[in-house]
Design a protein around this ligand. Sequence first.
Ligand code: 3HC
Ligand code: NAI
Length: 714
Amino acid sequence: MSELVAYARQGDIGVITINNPPVNALSPGVPEGIIAGIEKAEADPEVRAVVVIGGGRTFIAGADIREFGKITAGQKERIALYPLMNKIEDSKKPVVMAIHGTAFGGGLETAMSGHYRIGLATAQVGQPEVKLGIIPGAGGTQRLPRLAGVAKAVEMCAFGEPVDAKAALAAGILDEIIEGDLLQGAMEFARSIAQKPAPKTRDRNEKLQDAAGNTAIFALAREQARKIRRGQTAPLAAIDAVEAATKLPFDKGIEREAEIFRACLFSTQSKALIHAFFGERTVAKIPDIPKETKTYDIRRAAVIGAGTMGGGIAMNYANAGIPVIVKEASREALDRGLAIIRKNYENSVKKGRFSQAIMDQRMALITPQLTYDGFEQADIIVEAVFEGMALKKQIFSEIDKIAKPDCVLATNTSTLSIDEIASATRRPQMVIGHHFFSPANVMKLLEIVRGKATSKEVIATSMNLAKKLGKIGVLAGNCKGFIGNRMIHCYAREAVFLVEEGAAPEQVDGALYDFGMAMGPLAMGDLAGLDVGWRIRQEFKHLEKPGVRKTMMIPDLLCEMGRYGQKTGKGWYIYDADRKPSPDPEVAALIEKAAREAGIERRKISNEEIIERTIYALVNEGARILEEGIALRAVDIDIVYLNGYGFPAWRGGPMFYADTIGLKNVLAKIEEFEKRHGAEFWAPAPLLQRLAREGKTFEAYDKEKEAMQAGARA
Ligand code: 3HC
Ligand code: NAI
């Protein structure tokens, strides 16, 4: 028996317990251990039925995702889970699967091979493989439609969302929900079915047979997958595999599933999504801040400013159950801010995301006011006033006088120096950037910006807090724009240059949308408001270099015409009452005229050039950010882009995307752009040059750095 799986007889029931923390993944040794447990139970005449249960916090959360990389790297042939499923299903004694936590992926597939499934009311089941760019690969696409019907199976396999115990019971995935102790309940259940015939899921064909109904289900699912999972191959592949269940006998269906699974596993999309999965967890690890670092309890918060960002930030705290004071400068701004918060919550209630009672609880946690009353009790104060250094410093010097000594002082600035803001206080070690993304109550990313004096405790507290607020916290160093906005500036610059050089705005946006971006850069500018950047540029006007091509010539001209974007009904595009954009001939004429006057030659531009110019601009700046230590790892940059800027997860983020193109190829293009457009914009980043020369990837760079740090610690 493997150490990862324990077997014990309890009276007439054989109990197999999986002990592979933290999530009981089917790592090498686990399938073998379960098989050995079944064999023991089969051989023991005292045993009448078997229970399989997870030790610790969950049932099996899936195959071990780390093994997939070994297969694609050629170090391993396959993870053979089919023998496990067959062994369970063919067991001579009935097998009851006892589920708590999450039975995901291979975990649900294991459960479906059993003859019965019971679970706690808090359990969840799901086939989330598509989120990793693969499909269920241990019989899920063949067994799930037999248990839950074709429509439910397609939904779960193609879109990957989990299903709670109640819904799983209704769908026929669970046979019973257990109140109280799961193991006791499972053993009682096992005794109650011990004498009955053990139903094999593979033989249950009755839910597969409505041919006409199935055709409609698959057609609709494909249409939805193309829309909701634009650009992704795995959802469509998962639908093909479930369709095979309705057309082929079970064993043939399994063969088809295995073929499709393998094709997906070797796809670049899957590698990218697996990179994103582990990346999301890697960013929480900060080499110089050990896990044991002391953190401050955040029980009360205060936010200054109830504008676009302050309101959304306050909602995050209320959503996490943390009382939050919101301070504004005027009654009018405060009322406006609170009305928007209320409207956002009302929309959520209308859409059924949560109940009116929950909305009321959250509203009650928010205290609007015009004074600093109560700030002395706050564990964190987040400043979200206008973007201006003088104002921010004034606010920080004010709160320095009021806040208790261990209060975290955070600023939501998107461009200004954390160190300079911190210099307005007598405790720069408590000051940190909490850069939320708009809309702050929705976007997952929180860039946590470390000043030169910020203490480790304040950083560790911020990383923990991000998780509590349901965000992905990524640590960044202090520089203009930090990770995300510093890079986006280069991307937006190229988008504008391409327009000046002859591409229509809709061509630039269209090419990047087709690449997979949530929206094109110019449409994004219209959404965020072109005036935001215009005002910031005015603040930094003294840094403009004479004789260098102006980067935001067209947006500046648009703003001068009062075309701020969606908010004024006009920007790069013209908007109708439903905010639907159309190209505007006035803008086309403006661009032509401005380009002519600036002596820019206009030409036909390919979509390929649009992608290369914009995305490689991100990569080149990303490489500098990495080399300067502003980002800890290349994957941190990727996670910023996937969660804050609408970069397609299935491309893995800009740095991973560059790896897939090959850094040599990326560098060659950048050198070409440097010749054509000048070193000011395109001088290759030294790190990119070095990695390209050494034939390496950013991913390898991260791994080497991690190994070096581990060595230094040892
Ligand atoms: N394989 C390997 N490692 C896994 C894993 C898995 N399936 N699931 C989680 N982990 C690791 C995480 O990387 C993390 O490691 P770290 O501590 O070193 O960073 C640790 O387990 C804890 O994970 P989380 O931080 O995510 O813990 P949470 O409690 O927040 O979430 C969870 C738990 C909901 C299970 C979440 O981890 C999750 O969604 N995991 C992935 C589930 C999944 O995709 N399963 C399908 C796998 S593919 C498959 O089964 C193919 C099959 O069809 C053949
Ligand atoms: P906003 O203009 O919508 O809101 C700012 C609010 O601060 C206003 O309501 C104003 O009345 C209030 N205010 C000004 N002085 C104050 C004072 N002394 N006390 C209390 N309240 C005061 O601005 P927005 O967009 O919310 O930006 C706030 C900060 O967030 C800026 O630093 C900005 O750079 C940053 N940011 C903005 C993002 C965006 O997309 N809008 C994204 C990320 C960061």
